[in-house]
Ligand binder design. Sequence first.
Ligand SMILES: *[C@@H]1O[C@H](CO)[C@@H](O)[C@H](O)[C@H]1NC(C)=O
Ligand SMILES: *[C@@H]1O[C@H](CO)[C@@H](O)[C@H](O)[C@H]1NC(C)=O
Ligand SMILES: *[C@@H]1O[C@H](CO)[C@@H](O)[C@H](O)[C@H]1NC(C)=O
Ligand SMILES: *[C@@H]1O[C@H](CO)[C@@H](O)[C@H](O)[C@H]1NC(C)=O
Length: 524
Amino acid sequence: MGEKSRSGGCCGWFLVLVILAVIAAAIVIVVKKKSGNSDHVAPVPGPPGAVVQKYGDALKVAMQFFDVQKSGKLVDNKISWRGDSGLKDGTEAKLDLTKGMYDAGDHMKFGFPMAFTATVLSWTILEYGDQMDTVGQLEAAKDSLMWITDYLINAHPSENVLYIQVGDPEEDHKCWERPEAMTEKRPLTQINTSSPGTEVAAETAAAMASASLVFKTSDPKYSSNLLKHAKQLFTFADKYRESYSVSIPEVQTYYNSTGYGDELLWAASWLFHATGDRTYLDYVTGQNGEDFANWGSPTWFSWDNKLAGTQVLLSRLSFFGAKGTSDTSGLNSYRKTAVAVICGLLPDSPTATKSRTDSGLVWVSQWNALQHPVASAFLAALYRDYMLTTRTPKITCDGKSYTPADIHKFVKSQADYVLGDNPMKMSYLVGYGDKYPQYVHHRGASIPVDAKTGCSDGFKWLKSTHPNPNVATGALVGGPFLNESYVDSRNNSMQAEPSTYNSAVIVGLLSSLVTTSSAVQSFS
Ligand SMILES: *[C@@H]1O[C@H](CO)[C@@H](O)[C@H](O)[C@H]1NC(C)=O
Ligand SMILES: *[C@@H]1O[C@H](CO)[C@@H](O)[C@H](O)[C@H]1NC(C)=O
Ligand SMILES: *[C@@H]1O[C@H](CO)[C@@H](O)[C@H](O)[C@H]1NC(C)=O
Ligand SMILES: *[C@@H]1O[C@H](CO)[C@@H](O)[C@H](O)[C@H]1NC(C)=O
């Protein structure tokens, strides 16, 4: 082309410059939009990388259990054997408590673990929403989250009253029926100023604060309503300090709480992320931190104990900078403890936990064994991705260094175990792989859709020696014994019962693994 094209004259060059400027401006706008308009160092995710089919497939399966567990008038129901149920829940108090999710294999709606489910699901969407989107699961996740937060909003009719339970476990457990066929009474339980429940109010505040971030741009009105409820509930929780297990001793049989300090810190941490209000940060770094954070001691993340989650969530601020403040020194103790948690999980670390099966699954309790390894691996995935996103090369465990790749190896090992890489050669995620539990302890899954049985004659389906007629797709069952055996029997609730909070952590873990290079997003 030679001379002619090079001497394009003034305007040709000018045009090129203008086009370049427009492209640059567009990039700046896109980057700004992605990272919000915060003034701190925001994570700038690179391209998410290729989808890893195995984890993408597993995530699609796992997500479906939220649909299996939905109470109320179903919208756009995708589970062929499910229908409307619980349509009168709440009428006793003139409230609509029809939505929300059944807890596990039964039909109780327990507010404490349900709120935890919502908090973890929100956290997953906030960190890994882009990755969930690459396999078409983001909208479904937001929809399931809203199914719970709609319920939580209605369960909080005035500042200092929160309904924390629908159904009476004694009555509920006298029956074995499909949720669609329930006839027993479903009484309500509330906390209030004379019978407070700090942990359940604070966990509900955490759920609503984190969900307010999820819906911030897609539904600003809903988001600010959630935030209003979250702030009120946190104040209620903090001002009227008492464990719900003390105020309402009946709750001890199912979701006994071992203390509320962890939920107060967890809720304040979420409220800080949602509001940027320094008061909440001071709350966790000040005296309450001293009282409740148990710095230096790793704990297991679960529906009862949120300390490890709080440590990882707050370490996020020290990685990326705290909104509205450059001083994050008060957060160091949290980050150090988060590192101690991760060090405990890495199998060859000097501080590795001995709570493990021979083939490497973290194993802490006989009941619902999988909750701990999956929740731990989710936290490890987050920490690893904070490191990657900020190019932090290593953590040190008692003098030995570990890279993000080392952490990833652990994360993957727990997920792979769950999905079938285990001595039973069995997937503990129902509906995934060729071999998975056939006798899940789940009423709805165990009873044929056209059965005419009701409350008490329905127990024949519990006793039946046939596999479940309906597949509880996405159920993460309790899982193996320490010796890695699993008894696939419907009445074996210790091992064969799934729960919605198990689903929340497996969805979190799988979302972190869906693409080859994972990175967290900015959200506060
Ligand atoms: C407060 O909650 C307790 C425990 O659920 C309940 O027994 C009591 O009736 C409630 N108080 C009011 C005024 O409703
Ligand atoms: C519930 O937890 C408290 C505090 O840890 C404990 O004292 C109590 O014995 C537990 N109750 C039951 C029924 O396990
Ligand atoms: C199931 O197990 C429970 C507790 O071990 C026992 O009380 C019950 O009778 C069993 N039910 C059936 C149908 O086997
Ligand atoms: C594995 O452990 C369970 C629970 O402790 C026990 O009942 C079972 O017999 C053990 N199985 C084997 C093969 O040792």
